[in-house]
Design a protein around this ligand. Structure first.
Ligand SMILES: *Cc1c(COP(=O)(O)O)cnc(C)c1O
Length: 366
């Protein structure tokens, strides 16, 4: 049970379906990306469920996220995609965490630390201009410098894979293959594609891929993948107001007639952006607008008529598509998903039933 009626519902069957769909579609090994607390799902659940559905390892953005997963008992392989400070490599080795090798400078400082047997994937810069070795020559030099480490993988990252017909993807992939072919090294993991590329781009020389958003059913283009998240709250206060009554901070909305105004216990500190003021939610078969400013912890909705306290309100989900909310906020679904805060209870559903409930702020059983 949980005590505040605001929750993120996570459909674990849809998550597993998306993973199986992607594995079948690509015929490659999956490195499931569970960074940013599993894109809001909570990292441990995202990682465990991904492995159970057929992923080969998981990836996170930074070393702290990897340690967090380890400390929560996750035993499978974890790849850190971002830069880890060279002074953290001993901790990486101790915890059996695979690091990204972002530059020749990084390789040299790691070699100087005297460590050996560190598990690494080489990152190749091909056009994103974020991280990576810049040329075949640099990659060759890095392999020499890293001769005492265990270099298991090589990868790059596309900057524009959400645009299905673009030459830039070809350019990046071709640069990557050129580096790959210049290296005489038995890489176990060769991977370029994120979600959108995995769905739309064919690669001959890779054997793995790194999807994140597609696991949640929100790639850039419409697809056969299923949405995993629904964000809900419940009416916990209701009143009928006369015309001319001002609602919320700054009195931006005033009732036009006799109106039913409901209050819900969700606000911008939960990840319901302030910019949603004026837009609609879904309640019992119909849409109703937020009125007045969305507060930090609460918001008001104008109803057409009386509804009982405890009536469920969908903020996004099956009836308010996340893509619609993202468009109105001039952003992408992942920006909204990853800002659902740790104050929001996560309710996991499996086979149509509640499987598990996590309140990320409670480290005691509820
Ligand atoms: C975030 C990230 C991914 C996953 O991207 P999606 O678009 O969510 O599939 C893959 N690789 C790297 C390097 C990333 O940073």
């Amino acid at each position: 049970m949980f005590y505040r009626d605001t929750w993120l519902e996570v459909d674990l069957d849809a998550y597993a379906y998306n993973i199986r769909y992607l594995l079948k579609h690509t015929q490659k090994q999956m490195i499931a990306v569970v960074k940013a607390n599993g894109y809001g799902m909570t990292a441990l659940v995202a990682a465990k469920e991904a492995m159970a559905a057929g992923a080969s390892m998981v990836a996170v953005a930074n070393f702290d996220e990897a340690l967090d997963l380890r400390n929560r008992g996750f035993c499978d392989d974890i790849l850190v995609l971002g830069v880890t400070r060279p002074d953290s490599v001993l901790a990486a080795k101790k915890n059996n965490i695979i690091l990204t090798m972002p530059s020749l400078t990084w390789a040299k400082s790691v070699a100087q630390s005297g460590i050996s047997g560190l598990r690494l994937h080489l990152k190749i810069e091909t056009g994103m201009n974020r991280l990576g070795l810049e040329s075949p020559k640099e990659a060759q030099a890095a392999l020499v410098v890293l001769k005492d480490q265990s270099v298991e993988g090589i990868f790059t990252h596309y900057s524009s894979s959400d645009d299905a017909n673009n030459d830039y993807n070809d350019l990046q992939y071709n640069r990557f293959v050129k580096v790959l072919k210049s290296l005489d090294h038995p890489f176990q993991w060769i991977h370029c594609s994120n979600s959108d590329a995995a769905l739309h781009y064919k690669e001959e020389h890779t054997n793995a891929f790194r999807p994140g958003c597609a696991l949640l059913g929100v790639p850039a283009a419409p697809s056969e993948l299923k949405l995993v998240y629904g964000f809900y709250t419940k009416i916990n206060h209701l009143k009928q107001l006369e015309a001319g009554q001002a609602i919320s901070y700054g009195r931006e909305y005033t009732t036009q007639a006799k109106e039913w105004i409901a209050t819900v216990p969700v606000g911008y500190a939960d990840g319901l952006r302030r910019a949603n003021s004026g837009y609609e939610v879904y309640i019992s078969g119909q849409r109703y607008p937020f009125v007045g400013r969305i507060c930090m912890d609460q918001a008001m909705i104008r109803l057409d008529s009386f509804l009982p306290l405890g009536t469920t309100v969908e903020l996004f989900g099956p009836h308010i598509p996340i893509q619609e909310m993202a468009e109105r906020l001039k952003t992408i679904p992942l920006d909204i998903y990853t800002s659902i805060s740790d104050r929001v209870t996560r309710v996991y559903r499996k086979h149509g039933e509640v499987d598990q409930i996590i309140n990320p702020r409670f480290d005691f059983p509820i």
